[in-house]
Design a protein around this ligand. Structure first.
Ligand SMILES: [Zn+2]
Length: 111
């Protein structure tokens, strides 16, 4: 991998660059590391909380949004809204799926 600050080649999944000491953001998401609950950066209606939870559990985000909306209404709205705002603040924004972005970029524009 390449250092995001000084552009020198460093070992894969390094947390810090040995040349300039810059923290490497790419090392946070390891393919073999623990799965992290994040907000979705690609599948979002408000802040990507439901999309991120659906990605984490490999569930349908539309069904999850309906369930969250029904639970929020059934519990008097306040708890659901506060829980959503807390999740919005606490959960980090997930990285965009690189393969999805590259596939979208390779599709030719419609005539
Ligand atoms: Zn560096």
């Amino acid at each position: 991998m390449t250092c995001s600050t000084c552009r020198r080649e460093i070992a894969q999944y390094s947390n810090y660059c040995y040349f300039c000491g810059a923290r490497q953001t790419d090392s946070v998401v390891r393919p073999d590391g623990p799965k992290r609950l994040t907000r979705s950066s690609t599948d979002k209606k408000i802040a990507g909380v439901c999309g991120g939870i659906a990605e984490y559990f490999h569930a349908d985000p539309g069904v999850l949004r309906i369930l969250v909306a029904l639970l929020t209404i059934a519990t008097g709205c306040i708890f659901g809204i506060i829980a959503y705002i807390v999740a919005w603040v606490v959960l980090p924004l997930g990285r965009a799926d690189v393969t999805a972005v590259s596939q979208a970029a390779s599709v030719p524009p419609a005539p």
